[in-house]
Design a protein around this ligand. Sequence first.
Ligand SMILES: Cc1cc2nc3c(=O)[nH]c(=O)nc-3n(C[C@H](O)[C@H](O)[C@H](O)COP(=O)(O)O)c2cc1C
Ligand SMILES: C=C(O[C@@H]1CC(C(=O)O)=C[C@@H](OP(=O)(O)O)[C@H]1O)C(=O)O
Length: 389
Amino acid sequence: MSLRYLTAGETHGPQLTAIVEGMPSNLRIDFEALNFQLLRRQKGYGRGRRMQIERDTADIAGGVRHGQTTGAPIALIVVNNDWKHWTKIMNIEPIEGTDEEKRRVHRPRPGHADLNGGLKYDLKDLRNVLERSSARETAVRVAVGALARQLLEAFGIRIGGQVLRIGEIEAPVNNLPLDELIERTEASSVRVVDEETEKKMEAYIDLIKKEGDSVGGVVQCIVEGLPVGLGSHVQYDRKLDGRIAQAVMSINAFKGVEIGIGFEAGQLRGSQVHDEILYSEETGYTRASNRLGGFEGGMTNGMPIVVRGVMKPIPTLYKPLRSVDIDTREPFNAQVERSDACAVPAASVVLESVVAWEVAKAFLEKFGGDSMEEIKANYDNYKRQLESY
Ligand SMILES: Cc1cc2nc3c(=O)[nH]c(=O)nc-3n(C[C@H](O)[C@H](O)[C@H](O)COP(=O)(O)O)c2cc1C
Ligand SMILES: C=C(O[C@@H]1CC(C(=O)O)=C[C@@H](OP(=O)(O)O)[C@H]1O)C(=O)O
């Protein structure tokens, strides 16, 4: 059985839940490291008041005993602190003239799931759509990704990321070693490596917010320490770059994905794009560059995976756009819900998490076993095969 998971839960409901199946036994879970990933996602300049209410941690309610996985499905729970403020609105049916009726959402926000979801599921309170379409769900996806990260780390595979752009402000290109990149972005309110860019981005977010507007950006994730041959060229749905693209596009508000130089490849010559193959006794086969971001033929080539994603501006605007009231079909300004002005730094943590998951899944498909020991034996054997090739 391959690795899989499902999530459930509403943004203003009691909790978010994930069931993760297919994790091998005997993986030691570092609870502090798991919760650190949740904390990372909560930080970032430009977020709304909700992040001051929440203190995200993941409770494990199944599949782990004495700090180690047992091979059983893992149940993860992230509690919503905000639930206590929403119990009435979430539990009581909105009756005309009551406070609950006033909180019914009937003026869909352009750019959010409100109208499509209302039409599709025949829901007259668009809250029933927004509760689940909210990116609050990414909290539990980050918890799931944190498990994947721990599995990968046991095999020396590591992940880092950074923000490359927020609206008009672009971060200068850097090729820092992963450790330094992680250290510097961790210290930054917008997950960039230098203070000058950080200051510019903060000021830009302040300006956007003051104008009742919102902003998106570009985020990048790097995975290092990979073996050659995760994913496969033989079937469309086994191509790991394709799976990663799907995972990135599944993040709320993501509108595009690039691997390596991505779209730039369309304007360059072959000689400027393809990574020349080298060989040495110490390193085995390697590449002179990594413009293709670690992939050829849907398989890892041993170079770091480089994935970028673009996030559109947040749809909820304090200065709302035109919309139509679904009760009257009259033009109205869209509903204003409490909202972030910019969630790009948080989204960069979500990007790392979904990429970690896809890589871990492909890793288990290749080296699969029911216990960490079995996987390690398979992995060591494969490494010997590569060395003798
Ligand atoms: C970390 C994160 C935080 C977000 N915060 C908000 C927010 O506060 N308000 C909002 O309207 N959209 C927010 N979004 C975006 C919406 O969830 C998203 O646009 C919506 O679900 C519609 O999906 P789509 O943009 O993928 O089509 C956020 C997205 C992410 C990744
Ligand atoms: C709760 C989170 O993000 C939320 C994502 C979100 C949306 O529409 O996507 C809307 C906002 O919800 P609320 O109106 O409750 O403040 C964000 O705060 C989170 O990231 O944990």
